[in-house]
Design a protein around this ligand. Structure first.
Ligand code: C2E
Ligand code: CA
Ligand code: CA
Length: 704
């Protein structure tokens, strides 16, 4: 009660075993640490650092053995208590951290290779093992850098040896004066499968492919006739019975008696190379899509057929070529895909092949064309029968996915003529095929000679021209002529345009040549003259208009009268009309033209020589005729534009000549201010060209 202790109760428990066990544990732990320390591999013990949820977030070093301290060159006490990720953050991305924690989670030992980790500045490879102990993990890291390097070096060396061994394919052998093999390198076994002793004493000609015996005989003949180096390529039989392409070169040695006493040959297996070459030439001769022969093969075949025919002595027979063009393949390609286009081509190829059953007579032309050869044709009618069969055979829906294509072909037919070559016949057939397309497709046409086609073209243009003239489709457009000094427009040149009913505008080079071959040119010139004089009436004076006249118009007995009538009825000052004719016409001017020119000049009309500098007119012509001016041909202006000194010299000379004769000068085709400056400096007074304006309809040229 007074608070002092009066006694104590003591309880006893026997802990003999427990203490023994603890001692045992301590002993085993120290044994185990000793073991770890003694390990030659770097070894670490980590304890898991866990967050509130129990997840492992890092690993703390709790033990580091000697080898680890040595390999990291760090004192163990510097690392103990630290965590893995603070010391070596780089290990996380190498998967080491996950590897260790996985061991803790799965409670299974693990293994990981770290191919490259920077240790003290050297790339090092490790094999890691991890063993879990409670909340600790024991990790050993074995440095395998040297072992890996050695293994790689070994593999490389092995590879090199293998390469060497595999490529020791060159065979060298020696033949005696009789062509019997006296010696051969062991490599013959790896290349041809024969053991050297099987071959020595035999004639290697027995190994040569029958088809190559001729080559062999020729080569041998040259080698034994003393030609020192003889190359060859032939097939040799292997021990397995098949043949390999071998290329080689032999050298002959000449004995004291001057005869060949032995031949040494180096041989190399070129089988793969030759096979690739053969495949390539097949690819060049065959269309990859249809497998048909290509155009060049077809052309060669035609030449061969023509040749055979001419030697067969059967007159009246010829070779025909059909060019089968697929209609609107472009549309299929665009609307669907190229694959669809290919499918259509394939389908058509099959259908054509159902008529032309001999594959030697069917080829793929360029693009969407097939070429059909008709040997031994009696008449063009035979060709048309086949063309018609093909045309019909092609018909029929081709279904591609949900699309339906109705293919048709246009066929051109050409037949052999004396001296024609394969390529020419193919071209003729292609021309005819295009005409078949122009004429409405799904049909065939025969090739007509160029003259025939041109004549037909001319006829149709002539018809159109005549009709167009009657309907007033030829109208002058007006290109400004300016003063080079100040750029002021002094008038226009009338350049005819054919304005078609569909609104298209055709330039003169497309129809003047045809018109000039008929009387239509004069009608055309007059139509332009009439409209140009009307234009003069609407343009403010003193603006001028220049018209062009062709030789036939100029030579027409009534030309002067026509011009005077037009000018009078429009009440236009005749000096405002310039008439241009080309320098070439100046050369052969008749008395009548001379009279016409004089009459019109007297009336006031001014004559200009067009395209001056391109012809060969003499100065005397310029002096004798009533000429008012010269127009420099635009080819010289173009030459000046590109800095051609000859053009500059000629232009200077011409302008000098004109001023001596007191003639006006106009330079055509001026497209840039630079050229205008050059011409102005040379003394040209007037100019025309895109710099100042293109030819445009009258309405565009009239003051509004
Ligand atoms: P041309 O009389 O030598 O006409 C000049 C040509 O050069 C015109 O071509 C014109 O458009 C073009 N041109 C004008 N400025 C430039 C330029 O700056 N650069 C280039 N590169 N070219 C330019 P177009 O209109 O095609 O006339 C061609 C030819 O047709 C004329 O050559 C003329 O000989 C003839 N021609 C035109 N109209 C008639 C006509 O009514 N009757 C006759 N018989 N022939 C005519
Ligand atoms: Ca002209
Ligand atoms: Ca001209």
């Amino acid at each position: 009660a007074d608070g002092a202790v009066t006694g104590a109760i003591v309880g006893f428990r026997d802990i003999q075993d427990e203490v023994a066990a603890r001692h045992e544990l301590a002993a085993s732990e120290s044994r185990y640490r000793g073991l770890v320390d003694a390990l030659p591999d770097a070894t670490y013990v980590f304890r898991a650092v866990r967050d509130d949820d129990g997840a492992v977030v890092d690993l703390t070093y709790t033990h580091i053995n000697l080898a680890a301290a040595v390999s990291y060159q760090r004192a163990p006490q510097d690392m103990l208590g630290q965590t893995l990720l603070t010391l070596f953050p780089g290990l996380e991305s190498l998967g080491v951290f996950d590897f260790c924690t996985n061991t803790l989670i799965t409670r299974q030992p693990g293994y990981l290779r770290v191919p490259s980790f920077d240790v003290n500045g050297a790339k090092t490879a490790f094999d890691l093992t991890a063993v879990p102990f409670g909340d600790e993990v024991l990790v050993t890291a074995r440095d395998i850098t040297a072992a890996l390097a050695a293994k790689q070096a070994l593999a490389a060396a092995e590879q090199q040896y293998r390469l060497l061994a595999e490529n020791a394919t060159d065979i060298v052998w020696q033949l005696d004066a009789d062509g019997v093999l006296v010696w051969v390198t062991p490599s013959v076994e790896s290349v041809l499968g024969w053991a050297p002793e099987q071959l020595v004493g035999t004639d290697p000609a027995d190994l040569v492919h029958p088809d190559d015996r001729r080559v062999l005989d020729l080569r041998r003949a040259s080698a034994y006739s003393g030609e020192t180096v003889v190359p060859f390529e032939l097939r040799l039989r292997t021990a397995g019975g098949d043949y390999r392409w071998i290329s080689g070169q032999s050298r002959s040695t000449i004995g004291a008696d001057g005869a060949v006493d032995s031949v040494v040959a180096g041989l190399r297996d070129v089988h793969d190379e030759v096979s690739a070459r053969t495949a390539l030439s097949h690819a060049l001769e065959h269309d990859p899509l249809t497998g048909l022969a290509t155009l060049s093969v077809a052309a060669a075949r035609i030449d061969q057929l023509l040749d055979e025919l001419s030697r067969s002595g059967r007159p009246g027979r010829t070779v025909g070529v059909l060019c089968v063009g697929v209609d609107s393949l472009k549309t299929v390609n665009e609307a669907l895909t190229h694959t669809a286009g290919d499918r259509v081509m394939m389908a058509i190829a099959f259908r054509v092949a159902s008529i032309v059953t001999n594959p030697d007579l069917l080829a793929r032309g360029s693009g969407d064309e097939f070429i059909v050869l008709l040997p031994d044709l009696v008449s063009g009618a035979d060709a048309s029968v086949i063309a018609e069969q093909i045309r019909r055979a092609v018909h029929g829906t081709v279904t591609i996915g949900t699309h339906h294509v109705e293919p048709t072909v246009s066929i051109g037919i050409a037949t052999g003529r004396p001296g024609a070559h394969g390529v020419e016949l193919v071209r003729d057939a292609a021309l005819a095929m295009h005409r078949a397309k122009d004429n409405g497709r799904d049909r065939f046409e025969f090739f007509q000679t160029r003259l025939a086609v041109e004549a037909q073209h001319r006829l149709s243009v002539e018809d159109d021209l005549r009709q167009g003239l009657g309907q007033g489709q030829f109208v002058p457009w007006f290109q400004p002529v300016v003063n080079l000094d100040d750029g002021a427009v002094i008038g226009y040149e009338a350049l005819v345009r054919w304005v078609r009913p569909d609104g298209s505008v055709v330039t003169p080079d497309n129809f003047i040549p045809v018109a000039e071959r008929t009387s239509l040119i004069t009608e055309l010139d007059l139509a332009v003259l009439r409209q140009s004089v009307q234009m003069l009436g609407r343009l403010p004076a003193p603006m001028v208009v220049a018209v062009n006249v062709s030789a036939p118009t100029l030579a027409h007995a009534d030309f002067a009268r026509w011009v005077i009538t037009e000018l009078t009825s429009s009440q236009v000052d005749p000096t405002r009309l310039h008439v241009e004719f080309t320098e070439t016409e100046l050369l052969n001017i008749s008395e009548r033209v001379r009279g016409t020119m004089g009459e019109l000049a007297d009336f006031g009309v001014r004559w200009y020589v067009d395209d001056f500098g391109t012809g060969y007119s003499s100065i005397s012509h310029l002096r004798d005729l009533p000429i008012a001016g010269l127009k420099l041909d635009l080819s010289f202006t173009a030459g000046i534009a590109v800095g051609d000194p000859r053009c500059e010299q000629l232009a200077t000379a011409l302008v000098g000549l004109a001023s001596t004769l007191g003639l006006d000068t106009v330079a055509e085709g001026v497209e840039t201010p630079e050229v205008a400056t050059v011409l102005r400096a040379q003394g040209w007074k007037h100019a025309q060209g895109w710099l100042y304006g293109h030819a445009e309809p009258a309405a565009a040229r009239l003051p509004s």
